[in-house]
Design a protein around this ligand. Structure first.
Ligand code: HEC
Ligand code: HEC
Ligand code: HEC
Ligand code: HEC
Length: 240
């Protein structure tokens, strides 16, 4: 028991030391580091004016999104626990507009500076060219290893309801009001005090941003801030 407490204490100190803050400039999401056209960072995803108004999955979005794309989803649409896996939600489609491995990472609507607005997207210089730059595997999570497109079958389900509130949740899930102090969470969206699992969900579902924050200066952009050491991230939602 003493040892367990000591281990717990050590882990707690470690997680405080790792507390992550948002500074996207220090991350691989600073795409301007590989562009000859601009030193602006946000422009690869957001624009203050002339954004993609039709797309509401992420604010002031500066990229074209093809909302008609159908992804192959985890488990053919159902988990072993019997929960439906839907198409990725809008905010996940924002990530997938670069991470599907098909769309050009460098396609943006409103180029830096004046002029250069095209709702279908223009290719800004990225890694030495203005051709569509498609993300390679494994960063292209919207493919599987076999190279098929629009394929999320080998990925943790997104667009899946978190059934922690129901009378009969899948045995492995913790309640949505579970305290997740130490995680990077944007605001209180579920009304429960403190940061909780419910604050990670979108429309009650797990999406890419449940685990990742695209601005966070932390290993793999993980909201747990700890690179999933000791599988802390997984164990937060799953009591395995
Ligand atoms: C690689 C793409 C990407 C880049 C680059 C990026 N963002 Fe974001 N941003 C997103 C996505 C995706 C969301 C939606 C996140 C969500 O709903 O959890 C978002 C949400 C936001 C929000 C609203 C939600 C929140 O977290 O407060 C703000 C404000 C924001 N971004 C500001 C910025 C600024 C300022 C920059 C540049 C310094 C920037 N972003 C760069 C992808 C990006
Ligand atoms: C504008 C394009 C773009 C968007 C939008 C985007 N990313 Fe990325 N992302 C990248 C690029 C480029 C890399 C780096 C790939 C490389 O190193 O070759 C990357 C890398 C990553 C990595 C790996 C980080 C690491 O340390 O290895 C994660 C995780 C990630 N992105 C998650 C997300 C999530 C989640 C979203 C949506 C909230 C998102 N990204 C939106 C372009 C994007
Ligand atoms: C349930 C949590 C969870 C969800 C949901 C999730 N990820 Fe991840 N993701 C992780 C973890 C954990 C890692 C780090 C794995 C590692 O380091 O071995 C990771 C790694 C990644 C990487 C880096 C891949 C590599 O091999 O380096 C990318 C890119 C990424 N995620 C993008 C996404 C996108 C896009 C989505 C939504 C379609 C998404 N993730 C949904 C937990 C998640
Ligand atoms: C934000 C909460 C959350 C996190 C973090 C999370 N998961 Fe999940 N996971 C879920 C939900 C919700 C489901 C769907 C469960 C259901 O209803 O069947 C799921 C499903 C799964 C399944 C499939 C179960 C089935 O029935 O098919 C596996 C395996 C899994 N997660 C493993 C992981 C691993 C490994 C990690 C860490 C990398 C992780 N999860 C992190 C919420 C999460």
């Amino acid at each position: 028991m003493k040892v367990r407490m000591l281990v717990g204490g050590t882990l707690f100190i470690a997680s405080v030391a790792l507390a992550a803050t948002e500074d996207i400039r220090q991350t691989v999401h600073n795409l301007s580091l590989h562009s000859n056209d601009t030193t602006e960072v946000c422009v690869f995803c957001h624009t203050p004016h002339g954004s993609n108004q039709a797309f509401t999955g992420a604010p002031l979005w500066n990229k074209p999104i093809d909302a008609t794309i159908t992804f192959q989803v985890y488990g053919g649409g159902q988990t072993i626990g019997g929960t439906t896996v839907d198409q990725p939600g809008d905010v996940s489609r924002a990530c997938l507009s670069c991470h599907d491995g098909v769309s050009g990472v460098n396609a943006i609507i409103n180029l830096p500076g004046s002029g250069g607005w095209d709702p279908n997207g223009t290719y800004i210089d990225y890694r030495g060219g203005t051709q569509p730059w498609r993300m390679p595997f494994p960063f292209a999570v919207g493919k599987n290893g076999a190279g098929n497109n629009y394929d999320l079958r080998d990925d943790h389900p997104v667009g899946v309801v978190y059934r922690g509130d129901e009378a009969n949740p899948p045995a492995s899930l913790k309640p949505t009001n579970t305290d997740i102090t130490g995680w990077n969470v944007s605001g209180d969206s579920d009304g429960n005090p403190g940061p909780t699992i419910g604050d990670l969900l979108r429309n009650g579902k797990v999406e890419c941003v449940s685990c990742h924050n695209p601005h966070l200066n932390a290993a793999r952009f993980l909201r747990s801030g700890d690179g999933n050491s000791f599988s802390n991230l997984c164990m937060t939602c799953h009591g395995k």
